[in-house]
Ligand binder design. Structure first.
Ligand code: SF4
Length: 65
């Protein structure tokens, strides 16, 4: 399982970084970024699905790769 952030959709609400701070951060403009040293995202990660659900504009997607 992978994760993707559609930055063109991101409005900087910060829910992803608040929900899963080991995976997401926000850049200087407040837009979401994936942390380079994030843990491997698996179905077992407790908060990544919640982060995707929490994004108010659907900018976080889980992928099959
Ligand atoms: S929750 Fe969505 S809108 Fe907010 S920073 Fe994360 S990706 Fe962007």
């Amino acid at each position: 399982m992978g994760i993707r952030v559609f930055r063109e959709r991101c409005v900087g609400a910060g829910m992803c970084a608040l929900t899963a701070p080991d995976v997401f951060t926000q850049d200087d403009d407040g837009f979401s970024e994936l942390l380079p040293d994030r843990p491997a995202v698996t179905e077992n990660h407790p908060l990544v699905r919640e982060a995707a659900r929490a994004c108010p504009v659907g900018a976080v997607a889980l992928t099959d790769d």
